[in-house]
Design a protein around this ligand. Structure first.
Ligand code: F6P
Ligand code: MN
Length: 289
């Protein structure tokens, strides 16, 4: 199953082919380098390596005008201006959850294809998705047409579900941040959810969101008392994940409205992120009012 827009298809097939290599290349790259990313996090060797690999390959696709990632300060110009032409901008979190490298737990690669110059609103996305490096490597691709899940093996992408839909009945939840650092209104909401759903939190956004898409429920990384803007990045994490979950029939929110409607100020803006079944995100927004 291919994506109908040829540039988007080239982007997703390049990421799909690279994922098998990225997974293999994690071996021997579990150490840290002596650098921080633009969000002030220590970079793993694998973060820098995966970013360079994706920048080279995605940047040379005809029709990709900009490449940006969580691991570099500025947007790379690699073609026409996406704001003034048919070209797209690709934003990537090359290795989401890379702190899980040390403990050998799930990680991902997240991408968003924007029909606008970066930073852009999520409403400008024409496709988004992620690779999950779990026991097997899977890829979720959301477009205006559909959300589909694939298995990746040896550079090949095989569809396993061509119509991924969030289950109606919520089952799991995962909330990031330390409980004493949660604002009181979020803590009250979380207490209710804890009574109703089963905790699943693995410390990699992609692993946790994929559980929500599989079983139904909600993932949240809220604004904290010490950091009201939360931890996750709007361009590289919040928007792509919000797009996937909304296309699969759920909702996304920054606590107030859809993540996709948030106007960014800066490429590396952070945002509270909440995704999941409509009813749960409605309740969350009511609790935070
Ligand atoms: O990319 C940031 C990230 O690693 C996400 O993948 C994950 O959801 C979150 O941080 C985990 O943060 P914490 O270690 O605070 O639970
Ligand atoms: Mn990440």
């Amino acid at each position: 199953m291919t994506v109908s827009d040829p540039v988007v298809e080239e982007v997703v097939s390049t990421i799909g082919r690279s994922a098998t290599e990225i997974r293999q290349g994690l071996i021997g790259r579990r150490g840290t380098v002596d650098e921080e990313n633009p969000s002030g996090e220590t970079q793993a060797e694998a973060d820098v390596w995966a970013d360079d690999l994706l920048a080279d390959r995605l940047g040379e696709i005809d029709g990709v005008g900009e490449y940006a990632s969580e691991e570099r300060a500025d947007v790379i110009d690699c073609g026409d201006d996406p704001a003034a032409s048919d070209a797209y901008a690709v934003a990537v979190d090359p290795l989401d959850g890379s702190s899980n490298l040390k403990s050998n737990n799930a990680m991902g690669t997240i991408f968003g294809v924007y029909d606008d110059a970066l930073p852009a609103r999520g409403e400008a996305l024409v496709a988004a998705g992620y690779v999950l490096y779990g026991p097997i490597t899977t890829m979720m691709i959301a477009t205006e047409e559909t959300v589909a899940e694939y298995e990746l093996s040896g550079g090949e992408r095989t569809v396993v579900d061509d119509d991924v839909t969030l289950p109606d009945e919520p089952v799991v939840f995962g909330f990031g941040g330390r409980v004493p650092d949660w604002p009181d209104d979020f803590r009250e909401y979380a207490r209710e959810i804890e009574d109703e759903l089963k905790l699943r939190y693995g410390g990699a956004l992609i692993g946790d969101v994929n559980q929500v898409l599989t079983y139904g429920g909600t993932f949240g990384y809220p604004g904290l008392q010490s950091r009201p803007e939360g931890k996750l990045r709007l361009q590289f994490e919040g928007n792509p994940i919000g797009y996937v979950v909304e296309r699969a029939g759920g909702r996304s929110s920054n606590g107030d409205r859809s993540l996709l409607s948030v106007q960014p100020d800066d490429l590396h803006d952070r945002t509270p992120v909440h995704v999941g079944n409509d009813e749960l995100i409605d309740r969350l927004e009511a609790a935070l009012e």
